[in-house]
Design a protein around this ligand. Structure first.
Ligand code: GLU
Length: 444
């Protein structure tokens, strides 16, 4: 079993790409197959090595390692060889129309209410016609001659598919400037790299019929196909490359956790609940391609952030330790982490709580007399699990306060905040010296 993820390095990976990468990866890992990273970079004007590097970086961030990588730009000779084979077998034919001429044909078809399918005019050219065009300086582009009839396949997501070959234009495989096009390069690569399952976006469904015939024309058999519906935004619009905020770069900058995104994308579009998973292994175990629905799922950024929060709330100290250090929280220990994590939506919010434990804050003092009484009753160190309980019981007994009236002024003075971690755990992290000063209204 071999699958591939085949982005074009003409921009950053988007959510939809990440979903295709993840689904291919989970499928391969579950079946013990191979996961190939293929960079579709034959469009040299638009491909950039910086984007290829960014794609590798993004996949690594997600944790989706690949077994093999290759670039289409290294295989141009192989595509030429495949074209020669196709030409020898009469599967491709040269065409000389300019883009303007093709456009004029499409307009005329539209006026006659016909589908804009290429009319195969070039098949009627004589050798003399071709020589005349070439004498004019025109270089041919080459089309693949589709066989008639129905092309059918059992799509692993969409079910049985059937396309009338006459309803699509013979695809151009090589442009007049010599550049081989995706329809060809993808098939040659899938054949040569033994791809058994092509899992990709629904935008390629119409290519599939032509590609199936091309696999056969090249002497191979077509792999299995699965086309994932495209993601929509909250308004039901397609997530286009131009839509802001949806590249992995941007999600990362917004501190989306890789495992939150993986957990989200693995279940989006399935009937299964979207729940946080701490490891890709858990997602591998649960993965089932047949759960992917045909309907286009909507991406909901708020739901993703809620998942992000839930994931942080159960994340182990060992998993985040180095990242806390990288945030500059040098001695954020396990106690600190476990105390503050229920309050986090984004990891960097731990900074604020670190500052409150280890740094200096301005306490909120609304009832100085009450706080002074509480300060008098503050137990001596060493402090532990039961200190808060002991202290507040004593304060309650002395002042007769209870509930919010008892606790909120203490929280505001000790943390400078109205809400936050459980004080039973947080108070020992603050320590007696700072606590006393804050209860007395001092900046500490
Ligand atoms: N480079 C193509 C894309 O990004 C690959 C499509 C495919 O998986 O065949 O759309």
């Amino acid at each position: 079993m071999t699958v591939r993820f085949a982005p074009s390095p003409t921009g950053y990976l988007q959510l939809g790409n990440a979903r295709a990468a993840l689904v291919n990866w989970l499928f391969a890992r579950q079946q013990g197959g191979e996961f190939i990273l293929r960079l579709d970079d034959t469009d040299q004007a638009r491909s950039e090595s910086a984007y290829a590097e960014a794609i590798r970086e993004d996949l690594t961030w997600l944790g989706l390692g690949w077994d093999r990588e290759f670039h289409q730009s290294e295989r141009l000779d192989r595509y030429q060889e495949a074209l020669r084979d196709l030409e020898a077998a009469g599967h491709i034919y040269p065409c000389y129309e300019t883009e303007a001429e093709l456009e004029a044909k499409r307009k005329a078809q539209a006026a006659r209410r016909q589908a804009p399918v290429y009319d195969r005019g070039a098949l009627n050219l004589t050798d003399a016609d071709k020589r005349a065009y070439e004498a004019e300086g025109r270089q041919p582009h080459w089309r693949f001659k589709l066989a008639g009839g129905q092309v059918t396949w059992d799509d692993r997501v969409r079910g049985r598919q059937s396309v009338q070959a006459g309803a699509v234009s013979d695809p151009v495989l090589i442009r007049a400037d010599g550049r081989p096009l995706y329809t060809l390069t993808s098939v040659v690569d899938d054949l040569d790299s033994g791809v058994s399952h092509v899992i990709r976006g629904e935008d390629h469904v119409t290519n599939t019929a032509a590609q199936i015939q091309l696999f056969e024309a090249l002497g191979g058999t077509a792999p299995a196909f699965a086309h994932l519906p495209l993601l929509l935004d909250a308004h039901g619009e397609k997530l286009s490359k131009r839509t802001q905020g949806l590249s992995l770069r941007e999600l990362r900058a917004d501190e989306v956790e890789a495992m939150a995104l993986n957990s989200y994308l693995a279940k989006l579009g399935t009937p299964d609940p979207i729940e946080e998973r701490q490891s890709l292994n858990a997602l591998i175990e649960e993965f089932d391609l047949t759960r992917m629905g045909r309907g286009a799922p909507r991406y909901d950024g708020d739901e993703l952030m809620r998942l992000n929060a839930r994931l942080l709330h159960v994340t182990d100290y060992a998993t985040v330790r180095s990242r806390l250090e990288a945030l500059g929280l040098a001695d954020a220990d396990q106690d600190f982490w476990e105390t503050v994590r229920p309050n986090l939506t984004r990891l960097s919010e731990a900074r604020q709580w670190y500052q409150i434990c280890r740094g200096t804050i301005q306490p909120i003092v609304e009832e100085p007399d009450y706080l002074a009484t509480a300060a008098e009753l503050l137990p001596q160190e060493p402090w532990g699990e039961t200190t808060w309980q002991q202290w507040t019981s004593a304060v309650k007994e002395r002042t007769g306060r209870k509930g919010k009236g008892l606790f909120l002024p203490l929280r505001k003075a000790l943390t400078g905040m109205e809400k936050g971690p459980e004080l039973a755990h947080f108070l020992p992290l603050i320590g007696r010296e700072k606590a006393l000063k804050r209860l007395n209204g001092e900046t500490a």
